[in-house]
Design a binder for this molecule. Sequence first.
Ligand SMILES: Nc1ncnc2c1ncn2[C@@H]1O[C@H](COP(=O)(O)OP(=O)(O)OP(=O)(O)O)[C@@H](O)[C@H]1O
Ligand SMILES: [Zn+2]
Length: 662
Amino acid sequence: MPGPRESSGGRGNMIIFIIAGILLALFAYQQFTGPTVGAQEVSYSEFRQEVRTGNVDQVTVQGQRVVGDLVNESKTATAEGDSTSYQSFVTYLPSFGDEKLMELLEANNVQVVTEPQSDFPWTLVIMGLLPILLLFGVGYFFLRRMQSQGQGLFSVRKSKAKLFDKGEEDTTFDDVAGAESAKEEMREIIKFLKNPERFERLGGKVPKGVLLVGPPGTGKTLLARAVAGEADAPFFSVSGSDFMEMFVGVGASRVRDMFEDAKENSPAIIFIDELDSIGRQRGAGLGGGHDEREQTLNQLLSELDGFEENQGIVVMAATNRPDILDSALTRPGRFDRQITVPLPTKQARKQILEIHARNKPLSDEIDLEVIAGSTPGFSGADLENLLNEAALLAARFDREQIEREDIEEARDKVIMGLKREGMVIDDEEKKLLAYHEAGHAIVAAVLPYADPIHKVTIVPRGQAMGVTQQMPEKEKYLYRREYLLDRLAVVMGGRAAEELIFDTATSGAENDLKQVRQMARKMVLDWGMGEQFRHIALGDNQGRVFLGEELAKGKNYSDDTARQVDDEIRAISENAFQRAIDTLRDNQEAFDKLADLLIEREVVPGSDVLKLVNGNADSFDDVLTNGTAGEDQTQSSRVDGRHSTGGESGSDASSNETRDES
Ligand SMILES: Nc1ncnc2c1ncn2[C@@H]1O[C@H](COP(=O)(O)OP(=O)(O)OP(=O)(O)O)[C@@H](O)[C@H]1O
Ligand SMILES: [Zn+2]
């Protein structure tokens, strides 16, 4: 990989400089305050006493101040109550003067040196000078820093982006395993970057901003670099946190410079990692809303608005917290294309392992397929880490090649790290999850009115631990009671599976239960589908029931009715649960097989679920060999609202997801 052109200067230098300045000032302070340093301040009468006893040879008088050395050490009481011995002393003449002092000194043979009155307030001068000195120090520091960067005086102009020139970036899609549909989307962008004018002439529409969303280490940065490599375009890479500087306005000017540089080099790619560090919702911080980050974000927004597609710049950004981004960033014309980069499936994990095992000598005993199977929840970075750890272990034992035990040990090590972060699921949880999702899927596949099943997965994706996706044949605008009842049973399928197989219940069904409650409520209150409330709408039908505001608002029915409504909702839920249980019992064999298949493959397409249910799959093996194993399930969607949000209350019918959040 080519080295970056610019490296950021160390902040450490500056701290050292400031400390040196303070030390210097303290030293100067000591020097200027002169001979009194270390001298004991004594009272005037004590001083006279010393003179009288002949313990003083010589004194220096500076105005009111009298300093000198004792012939023999003397002791004086300190503020703390004990005594301290001293030789040098300083004292002050009483403000009314002392005419008899000269007499006394002469009488005791004390030599007197008079010095011009030094009332010059050194202390004050130093104190006043110190900040100014420091300021010069800091200025000097910046001056040097800028000169060393070959820049003009006091211009804080530097985009900070690392530039990989045309052709320097040699990462290609071959280096990125899995993430097939993400790559597919990128192909369009590559075409554009290779020849922007031609692309536009043919009517291609390229997004300005692409947001890569996914858990850490799933290869978002890698993908962006691969796009640059494939398109042979210069690649400006910067991390969101690089914009955060201590001086207000620097971040914004860095953004401006970066876009300027990119335009000069277009067609080009700008990649902003950790977009969330500057892209957080505005007005959320404490700084009164005008802080550095906000200025930087505003600059970024205006740059995104300010260039036309044909300028040949594509801005890519990565985040694993799309939920906290300022909504202005995802508006059309900005980061309006969102590509999810999920954790790799088993198939993809195998490919990633193959990529990173390329230049590592592996023993013949090692089967990457087996490793892939034993590393659910691992990201690409985790897998790379695993192989590196194994190589280190092999090296420690002076082995010629990596052995199976090295892999085992490395895997345990990585898992321990991940466990601490709550990132991996163990075998038992995986089994629970598999049965839970299989429960949804089997019910969906069996019940006549339920939407056809599209796919079921237990690969953790974002917040979701497992997902069962259904695809309606056509958009629905009306929901028949039969459809709703079947849908309720599908959603209950997960909990039913837990009860049936493990005789237990898990917290994983939280979302399901919420969904059931909302749907049942709506059926009773708004759609007149309750047993006792046929054809009567009870709700105020403003969607408030879903926000739980009905408690605060006056209901338009009595408490008695409210109790009946609760009973109805309970009956509907109970019913749905029982139907799910019955369905699973009737299809026990398919249910078990699907769960096994999920544990084995993590993703099972709907067609295979149907095969199992219809008994077309003569054996487990049939599905195993004919299935579209390891279908890559990268999902991409536009943020402009066409993507469905799962079956909340069934109001969006473009796809139905039963997601189980962790
Ligand atoms: N799909 C993949 N194929 C091959 N290698 C991968 C893949 N995903 C991740 N890696 C390896 O993991 C490393 C880290 O990935 P990368 O930095 O691209 O992840 P990221 O998603 O940008 O993470 P973060 O969110 O932490 O910035 C890569 O350099 C690569 O070696
Ligand atoms: Zn569920």
